[in-house]
Design a binder for this molecule. Structure first.
Ligand code: G6P
Length: 388
């Protein structure tokens, strides 16, 4: 391999630890650290080839991007796997910060559904590799149907990158581990920048709020360092997980896609059955599954949904479920009702997901290692699915 493990036991662990730097690289081209504002850099909606993007006049290019953003009426986000879960978080960001309707779709569903793509739709794809067959087919179809397309990918000059009208990059550096980690958080960082840019351009955000949001995203790399410093504790929490028959990951708001991503990581790496659910849906089925052999992983940051999440947690606990919770700061209440309580730094709702996913990545990683599984190359899975 061209890329070294640099002393880490696995590529995946190295990539988890690279997240602060990856997020910093993802936002660096787009944020101005003096004015705390966003201007998306060299997106290339003017139609230049991806090889020539760096030669663009950035000011003129940004004006073109803004013009595009003003002219659209809705956004579709299309992706697969972990990139799809990043897309779901994009929906919360774009709708709340830019007040534009967003639909998120799995590429293999979108392409075969004969979807309705009205005029003035921006179709955005998210793909680390830029080569996923279904995502590529989806962007081709969207183009044929007249949509403007925007690719968010990690591998520059990949097929999806080349075929899209506009281009943004995760800037994570090569990701080798099959289970995606740093590309996910870098994508969330880029989505924050796009959401702020959309919101400002469309008049949904004022300058002051923009500055607050930019400060929040700029704070993420050092907050991530703080979370990573607790790795020993996540490892200890993971050691108790072997005994469970099933796992229910839950959250509300942006923590709901994080719950699904956490469950996916457990399936991919530890080959254990896990489900990600919206906490508010628990009483519509999953509650029947809960007993003492079921672990509940609750993502419960102190946000506007916190009280509701807590009442869901109490319901789960009353039925004997064992709780691992992720919350904000020193939360006595969560600590008291959980087997393990994992504290995250205080963050704005728009960036919490970039932090709360880290303990979920690390718990799955440690559990898989302790079971003797190949974490960099899980059985039956591929890094990039280039055939259907
Ligand atoms: C495969 C990988 C996943 C990844 C998904 C989408 O399933 O194992 O980690 O999330 O493909 O890949 P993409 O390159 O399109 O983001």
């Amino acid at each position: 391999e061209m890329v070294e493990k640099q002393g880490f036991a696995h590529y995946m662990l190295k990539e988890i630890y690279e997240q602060p730097r990856a997020v910093a690289s993802a936002i660096e081209p787009h944020v101005n650290p003096e004015t705390f504002s966003v201007a998306l850099k060299n997106v290339g909606f003017g139609g230049v080839s991806v090889q020539k993007l760096d030669e663009l006049d950035s000011k003129a290019d940004w004006a073109k991007t803004q013009e595009m953003f003003k002219g659209i009426e809705r956004v579709f986000i299309i992706a697969c796997g972990t990139s799809f879960y990043a897309g779901l978080i994009g929906k919360y960001l774009f709708e709340q910060l830019a007040r534009i309707p967003v639909e998120v779709d799995i590429a293999s569903e979108f392409r075969y559904r004969n979807p309705v793509i009205p005029p003035k739709t921006l179709v955005m794809t998210i793909s680390q590799s830029g080569e996923t067959a279904d995502t590529l087919a989806a962007i081709r179809m969207a183009k044929e149907m007249g949509a403007t397309t925007l690719s968010v990918c990690n591998v520059r000059n990949s097929t999806i990158d080349r075929e899209a009208h506009g281009h943004l990059y995760m800037n994570s550096g090569p990701e080798i581990g099959v289970a995606s980690t740093k590309a996910f958080t870098s994508t969330l960082a880029v989505l924050n920048c796009i959401a702020i840019a959309l919101g400002r351009t469309r008049g949904a955000l004022d300058e002051k709020t923009e500055a607050e949001l930019v400060k929040s995203i700029m704070a993420v790399p050092s907050q991530m360092e703080g979370v990573l410093a607790f790795d020993k504790y996540f490892e200890e929490a993971a050691s108790g997980l072997k005994l469970f028959r099933g796992f229910l990951y839950m959250g509300r708001g942006t923590s709901y896609p994080i719950a699904m991503e956490g469950a996916l990581k457990l399936k991919e790496l530890a080959y254990m059955h896990a489900e990600g659910y919206a906490a508010g849906e628990m009483k519509h089925g999953p509650l029947a599954l809960i007993d003492e052999r079921m672990a509940i992983v609750m993502v419960a940051p102190t946000d506007h949904l916190y009280e509701k999440t807590i009442s869901n947690l109490e319901e789960a606990r009353a039925r004997g479920g064992k709780i691992i919770s992720i919350g904000t700061g020193d939360n006595e209440k969560l600590r008291a009702i959980s087997e393990y309580y994992l504290a995250m730094p205080k963050a704005h709702w728009t960036t919490h997901a970039l932090l709360s996913v880290i303990p979920l990545q690390l718990m799955s990683y440690h559990l898989a290692c302790s079971l003797g599984y190949d974490v960099d190359q899980p059985r039956n899975l591929a890094k990039s699915v280039t055939v259907e």
